[in-house]
Design a protein. Structure first.
Length: 488
């Protein structure tokens, strides 16, 4: 069709549309395709019966509403202020809806009448409330739900619009309550329910601000100044650095369809949600009705959510990240989807080689042991080796030997000013290649623990040791890939 007839057709279309709108104004248009349910229509839905809402901790969600009719739904949510672990040895006082971060997942359908009871545990120190983005009313419920420790309040609302909505505490200082973990998701399914899928999971990102920097041990209080500057120490999925990693990973089988309810509690940062090695078949943008297809990375605003759907075609570990990538590899915004099943060579038949993207996650300990013996001679300058070595260190050694090589007393020996390290470079190389076990003495302190062998190639080992030797008061030895090769 040429452009002229096209534009003529368009004009005709516009005229017909205008005509249609005119007739719509004067009489009921019986021939129009079924209109979507509006909030006004939902308001008129008469509920049948009563039910107690099932609440689930992340990453799980209650069972789908399916074909059930709108009902009177009782939700009982308990606020708990409780100590938890941000990452190994780092403690944080979380404020939670239901004992988890994010809070319990609430699943409803459009037209439900929710009788919501918010309980503030007597051991808590502070008053709290709840603002649900699924509520049409003052403060999203916050105005009616302020509750002191040892008290409970009940209020009710009707769900008028389908979607996936954030809820959060809105007690002053609001930012602080959210920063401490007071957020979660409430799903309002459309009439007839969402299309069925094989697996559904609940993931929520949040940013945390602590007195100490990333990884600093001990009880870490909230830092208002860093929060004001939006300078997060931790950006995590499901409340903890390992909230969605290894034994906390979400799982599926090859061929299954997956729906992720992904929220972002903030308080500050916007998430560039991405699953490495997957393409989202469908994204309910911002949790609403608009569906985008074939999406690589979707933005989840602070205080917003999305529904992300895809089928898994190949087995493997798919790494879930905030693609603002320093957050993923350095602040904790990294999770895993483990897919089991038969290889599908049509879809993916890659050989694992040097330079593949996947192995970057320091938390991925099960990467295939292949080709690590290859020497990669790149003729790097010392500065380049140190820079590359630092990046190997922060994703591999850092977890045990700590950010400044200081180690952890009695468990992980220091690399900073380590007499053991500085005495014998070949022994250090062998330690990284083969691991180390049994009693050793470092700076007059005895250690008797196990270091697992590090799955790194010669260049990486050369770089990381060069970085270590040229940091924290060590003796500035330069390690070449050839020296590593000789110790294999
Ligand atoms: C999972 C924890 C862990 C990781 C990761 C780890 N180490 Fe170790 N490392 C240890 C432990 C534990 C020991 C002491 C083993 C013993 O007691 O025999 C040790 C000992 C050492 C030593 C000798 C003792 C010293 O303090 O000088 C060196 C050198 C060393 N590690 C370097 C590294 C480097 C480089 C990396 C990263 C490529 C690394 N380690 C990763 C746990 C770890
Ligand atoms: Cu609160």
């Amino acid at each position: 069709m040429n452009t002229k007839t096209q534009s003529l057709k368009n004009k005709l279309g516009v005229m017909l549309l205008a005509l249609g709108l005119l007739t719509l104004g004067s009489c009921q248009n019986k021939d129009a395709k079924p209109t979507k349910m509006t909030a006004d229509m939902a308001e008129k839905i008469v509920v049948k019966g009563e039910a107690q809402a099932e609440l689930t901790p992340p990453p799980f969600v209650p069972k789908p509403v399916g074909k059930r009719e709108a009902t009177k739904l009782f939700v009982n949510l308990e606020i708990l202020e409780q100590e938890g672990e941000m990452v190994d040895g780092v403690k944080y006082m979380y404020w939670t809806f239901g004992g988890t971060v994010p809070g319990s997942f609430i699943r409803t359908r459009v037209g439900d009448e929710i009788e919501f009871t918010l309980k503030n545990h007597p051991d808590n120190k502070l008053p709290h409330n709840i603002d649900m983005h699924a509520v049409t009313g003052p403060g999203g419920g916050a105005a009616s739900s302020l509750v002191a420790p040892g008290h409970e309040v009940t209020f009710s609302f009707k769900t008028l619009q389908p979607g996936i909505y954030v809820y959060h505490c809105a007690t002053a200082p609001v930012g602080m309550h959210i920063a401490n973990g007071m957020y979660g998701l409430i799903l309002v399914e459309p009439e007839g329910g969402l299309p069925p899928v094989d697996k559904e999971y609940y993931i929520m990102q949040g940013d945390f601000y602590t007195k100490g920097n990333y990884g600093e041990k001990g009880m870490q209080p909230f830092d208002m100044n860093k929060a004001l500057k939006e300078d997060a120490d931790y950006v995590v999925f499901n409340g903890h650095v390992n909230g969605l990693v290894n034994e906390n990973a979400i799982t599926a089988k090859v061929g299954e369809t997956i729906r992720l309810f992904v929220g972002n509690g903030g308080p500050n940062l916007v998430s560039s949600f991405h699953v490495i090695g997957e393409i989202f078949d469908r994204v309910h943008v911002e949790g609403g009705d608009l569906v985008n297809e074939n999406v690589q990375t979707t933005l989840i605003p602070a205080g917003g959510a999305a529904m992300v759907e895809f089928k898994v075609n190949t087995p493997g570990t798919f790494v879930i990240v905030d693609h603002s990538i320093f957050r993923a590899f350095n602040k904790g915004a990294l999770g895993m989807l483990k897919v089991e099943g038969d290889e599908n060579e049509k879809v993916f038949a890659g050989k694992i080689k040097e330079g593949i993207y996947l192995p970057e996650g320091g938390t991925i300990q099960n990467m295939p042991k292949t080709e690590t013996k290859k020497v990669v001679i790149e003729d790097k300058t010392l500065a380049q080796q140190i820079a590359d070595g630092k990046s190997v260190f922060t994703r591999t050694c850092f977890a045990c030997h700590q950010s400044e090589g200081q180690g952890i007393e009695g468990i992980f020996p220091p690399l900073a000013k380590s007499d053991y390290l500085n005495a014998d470079v070949n022994r250090a190389i062998k330690t990284v290649i083969n691991g180390l076990q049994g009693e050793i003495t470092v700076n007059n302190v005895k250690y008797n623990s196990i270091m697992t062998s590090q799955n790194l190639n010669d260049q990486e080992i050369a770089d990381v040791l060069t970085y270590v030797y040229n940091s924290w008061g060590n003796n500035k030895t330069v390690v070449s890939p050839q020296m590593v090769q000789k110790n294999r």
